[in-house]
Design a protein around this ligand. Structure first.
Ligand code: NAD
Ligand code: MG
Length: 407
């Protein structure tokens, strides 16, 4: 971290001015968005900022739009149009607001779109960027869980690349470079175990949102941090990996690795394994996606393996983390179960944050939604139809809400 404030090292080569990329950042005011801007801050010659989007944090959005000379600043909140307009008066930045404006942000002509909104709200603008032929640096794992097949088909059809940003998926992506697909036997996704790694099942009954939103290793947004404590984050990542790398569910393993230094591992058919190891700093994975296939020199902290001394691995306790079994159910049943799973999880998470339900109740709610919807339509619906996906998302939120009301 300490290195970050210094100028780039002389080894820095950037993309070269002839290759300047036009870039939009969806969710620019969040944890991933701010880390992305930090990378841009140190390389003003390689990227030209088209649009920055945010939600309620318009002061940050306006400040960043001015600093980076963005053409557009877009808030998803209708009512914040006028205040944002006032903050950006006289700057030449075009202001837009509302859900439709956010989705249209994906239509703006860019080379690279960073998808860093949290939740299913990020699906449509990211999809639109792919449909326009842009490369998508994908932090928004929810898009792949809800609409993985559609996202891949859209990228293939319009020539954009899906570049993983989630650290585990970036690790796998990096380990797969130059390897033949058929030589991949399995992937091992590492998990920190989150805030409650050492808690018993009995203790988890009374876990509070405040306790769940402190991550032992990573500094992230509130929602993903709580999802790490429940391992819903890992469950989403397992489905994300299946979709991104065309794996079968049986090829994906999860292992608890408390130090979070190995970000994931690919196991090959000759018994060799490629592990990706690096500091807890998302700027590595973000920059890998932004500059792919180049590797810029980054002034991030270097690991001292002797100081670290040891790396530990443990099997996850599936009784403590039922979300992992729910991910298996989603992958087995296919169809739109991913969309239902993500939406039910988001609704249960909202209820937990609001103090309406307990920590362990989140997975019970999601399980009930999956069981109900798989009998109806979710497992049978066409996963390549965006309208179907959005309808399933809405239905699963309604069903989850009813299940929460019963508790
Ligand atoms: P965050 O909460 O810090 O930021 C979320 C961003 O999305 C903000 O800009 C916010 O304004 C915007 N936003 C929130 N709700 C919105 C809505 N309804 N409509 C439009 N915009 C909305 O989240 P984060 O931690 O940066 O995570 C972003 C995404 O990246 C998530 O999908 C998360 O799972 C993934 N991710 C994050 C990390 C990390 O280190 N933070 C690591 C891996 C993957
Ligand atoms: Mg991750």
């Amino acid at each position: 971290m300490a290195l970050w404030g210094r100028p780039w090292p002389l080894a820095w080569s950037g993309l070269g001015c002839c290759d300047m990329k036009r870039i939009s950042i969806l969710g620019a005011t969040g944890s991933i968005g701010q880390s992305t801007l930090d990378i841009l801050r140190h390389d003003r010659d390689s990227f030209d900022v088209c649009a920055l989007t945010g939600a309620r944090n318009i002061h940050q959005l306006a400040q960043d739009a001015i600093e980076f000379g963005a053409s557009y600043a877009i808030t998803s909140v209708d009512d914040l149009y006028q205040p944002l307009k006032e903050l950006l008066a006289g700057t030449g930045v075009t202001v837009m607001a509302g859900r439709a404006a956010l989705v249209e942000a994906g239509d703006l002509p860019v080379d690279l779109c960073v998808s860093a909104i949290v939740g299913a709200a990020g699906l449509e603008p990211g999809y639109r960027a792919l449909a326009r032929g842009a490369d998508l640096a994908l932090a928004n794992k929810e898009s792949m869980v809800a609409a993985g097949q559609l996202m891949k088909q859209t990228a293939r059809k319009h020539g954009g690349q899906l570049l993983p940003v989630d650290s585990e998926h970036s690790a796998i992506f990096q380990a797969l470079q130059g390897e033949a697909r058929q030589s991949v036997e399995r992937v091992i996704i590492t998990a920190s175990g989150g805030a409650f790694r050492d808690w018993s099942l009995a203790q988890l009954q009374s876990a509070t949102p405040a306790q769940a939103q402190t991550h032992p290793n990573w500094d992230m947004g509130q929602r993903i941090t709580i999802d790490s404590a429940s391992m819903f984050n890992k469950a989403l990542e397992v489905i994300e990996a299946k979709e991104l790398f065309d794996l079968s569910p049986g090829q994906i393993e999860v292992v608890i690795h408390p130090q979070s230094l190995i970000h994931s591992i690919v196991g090959f058919c000759d018994a060799g394994m490629m592990a990706h190891i690096g500091p807890h700093d998302m700027r590595h994975a973000i920059a890998y996606a932004m500059y792919y296939p180049n590797r810029p020199a980054l002034p991030l902290a270097r690991l001292d393996l002797v100081k670290i001394g040891r790396l530990d691995f443990m099997e996850p306790d599936r009784a403590k983390y039922p979300a992992l079994d729910l991910a298996d159910q989603v992958m087995d049943q296919g169809g739109l179960m991913g969309a239902a799973f993500n939406a039910a999880k988001e609704t249960a998470l909202d209820a937990f944050i609001a103090g309406q339900i307990g920590f362990l109740t989140m997975s019970q709610v999601v399980k009930r939604v999956l069981d109900r919807l798989s009998i109806d339509t979710a497992a049978k619906s066409d996963p390549l139809d965006l309208e179907n996906i959005l309808a399933m998302d809405a239905l699963a939120r309604t069903v989850a809400g009813k299940e929460i009301d019963k508790i």
